[in-house]
Design a protein around this ligand. Structure first.
Ligand code: VG1
Ligand code: CO
Length: 542
């Protein structure tokens, strides 16, 4: 029986860079999760009798919200919910399911790389029928609905057993509990030459894949160890835990330092990789060399035709604005389009749907292709392995040869986390105010060529997204970019992106922070980071 529950709106349910993210106790407030789920459905039309894909990264509160979504979807008239066994679906796997089964859309429960647990983060995001994150038009509508909601509808169907594979009828709707890995693994087999990869492992190639106790554990086990024959023990921290073992499931040099240290050691395996909470990010480290995500997307694009899924070549490459220009040089050489979008995967959707871009990437460890409409951590690992298998070279050789051909884009991101919101806003406002006066001025010996607040004009639907990051471009191609994070859950996070292009191969082995020292100082001179934030140094450097 459908029950209509009276509720009152919360005013803080504005979806950020990827969905609504809050602390678990916020989500546990009376009707909080229900309001947001109902607001999603209120913002959509035409889903009666259709299918909704549902799953999450297994973090604390995942199971409870899975049951709520099922009850509310049934009451709102969905015909079917396909839910990953145990409530588990990685973000790219969910994207694939939406596309493969022509679902109306999907709900993914995750706060990505943010920590999990009773006092940590939780998140809900909606993906549309193309499998990608809801575009701004939909997230704006969801937010608007959340501000006026007065009631939600739910069917009390009791607890559905989401651990048992199979189909049950509940509340006039079908609930199908599916294997979260099977379809995704099949998709990977269709893109990559699994025989060639099997031979690579047979030849004694040794790797680590660290799932950081998050969602990719079962995917890594099945694909790398079971299907490709990688040695048992290749997969580390592969059991998804509600609190990720107390760690941040963020595959960067801070939170995956253990992997980095191992890869720099004397007994390092040939290849090391890690992925984040919901499986869409990747960290790639070769023996003795870390590959920056910006470099990774360029190198994957330059070599993509080694894999059967990309043999015909790429239509174009897209990167987020703060991502380094390394990919631009590859696109130029290949004679294909290059697109610069705002931060967040949702902006790639139109380019992928229109067939204008094949590979996309973000500096934040996200790379992916037109096989789904999300970034995909394990996909990046498999493409790297394919390149290694075909070229018969180490990561270090592949990277240094790439730099020699295209030049090196030294790149780093400095994050100032949990800055007081007013102080962070004041910094951005002050910076905006002086943009017009910057061109032509000299900072630390560097001449400002251009300074602006990035606005994106979507070439497919003509929509405009403004205020997507402030960029200061110097003569010679170096730049610094400033923006505030849209995924944090406490205070504000200021991100400063620093890039310098070095064409000369004899200068490609400088330590990154050293290579960028002038620009780091210039960024502080221009934005007054220290005085505004009160911080002497960043909290995280990647
Ligand atoms: C961050 C990254 C951005 C990424 C987003 C979601 O956003 O910078 O590149 O798309 O997280 O990734 P922000 O607004 O905090 O800078 V994930 O892995 O959280 O879905
Ligand atoms: Co993620």
């Amino acid at each position: 029986m459908i029950r209509t529950v009276a509720t009152k709106p919360y005013d803080d349910q504005k979806p950020g860079t990827s969905g609504l993210r809050k602390k678990v106790p916020v989500f546990q407030q009376e009707h909080y999760a229900e309001n947001f789920i109902q607001s999603i459905f209120d913002a959509l039309e035409g889903f009666k009798g259709k299918t909704l894909v549902l799953g999450g990264d297994g973090r604390f509160y995942n199971r409870e919200v899975i049951q709520k979504v099922i009850g509310i979807a049934a009451a709102n008239g969905f015909g079917k919910v396909m839910v990953g066994q145990g409530g588990i679906l990685s973000t790219p796997a969910a994207s694939n399911l939406i596309r493969k089964y022509k679902a109306f859309g999907g709900i993914i429960l995750s706060a990505s790389h943010n920590p999990g647990g009773p006092h940590e983060d939780f998140g809900i995001k909606y993906n549309a029928e193309n499998g990608g994150p809801a575009p701004e038009r939909i997230t704006d509508a969801i937010f608007a609905k959340s501000k006026t909601i007065r009631e939600y509808k739910i069917v009390d169907i009791g607890e559905i057993d989401i651990d048992k594979l199979g189909t049950v009828q509940a509340g006039g709707m079908t609930v199908e509990v599916i294997d979260p890995v099977k379809d995704y693994a099949g998709l990977m087999e269709s893109l990559f030459d699994f025989n060639a990869l099997r031979k690579l492992f047979e030849s004694g190639f040794h790797m680590r894949f660290d799932s950081m106790h998050a969602v990719t554990g079962p995917y890594g086990k099945e694909i790398l160890e079971n299907r490709l024959g990688a040695a048992k023990g290749t997969c580390r921290n592969f059991k998804p835990l509600p609190d990720f073992g107390g760690h941040h499931p963020d595959p960067n040099l801070v939170h995956a330092k253990h992997l980095y240290d191992e890869m720099m050691g004397a007994d390092a395996p040939d290849f090391g990789a890690a992925s984040d909470g919901d499986g869409d990010r990747n960290l790639i480290i070769g023996k003795g060399i870390f590959v920056t995500p910006s470099d990774s997307v360029a190198m994957l694009a330059a070599n993509a035709t080694v894999a059967p899924g990309y043999r015909k070549g790429l239509a174009g490459i897209a990167r987020s604005m703060p991502t380094s220009g390394a990919a631009d040089r590859v696109a130029e050489k290949l004679g294909i389009g290059i697109y610069e979008t705002p931060t967040g995967w949702k902006f790639f959707g139109n380019l992928l749907d229109a067939g204008m871009a094949t590979i996309c990437g973000e500096e934040s460890a996200g790379t992916g292709s037109n096989h789904v409409r999300e970034k995909d951590g394990l996909w990046a690992v498999l493409l790297w392995l394919s390149i290694i298998a075909v070229r018969g070279e180490s990561v270090k050789e592949i990277v240094t040869k790439h730099w020699a051909t295209y030049g090196r884009n030294y790149y780093s991101r400095h994050d100032y986390e949990e800055v007081e919101t007013e102080r962070a806003n004041a910094l951005i406002t002050a910076l905006r105010g002086k943009l017009a006066s910057l061109p032509g001025t000299k900072v630390r010996g560097l001449t400002v060529a251009k300074a602006d607040d990035f606005a994106y004009h979507d070439p497919v639907d003509g929509s405009v997204s403004e205020h997507q990051g402030i960029r200061v471009l110097f003569e010679g191609g170096s730049r610094v970019v400033f923006r505030l994070s849209g995924t944090g859950t406490s205070g504000a996070t200021l991100r400063v992106y620093i890039e310098r292009y070095e064409p000369d191969a004899s200068k490609h082995d400088i330590e990154t922070q050293q290579a960028l020292a002038d620009l780091i100082a210039a960024a502080d001179d221009i934005a007054g980071i220290r005085s505004h934030t009160g911080r002497a140094k960043p909290s995280v450097i990647t």
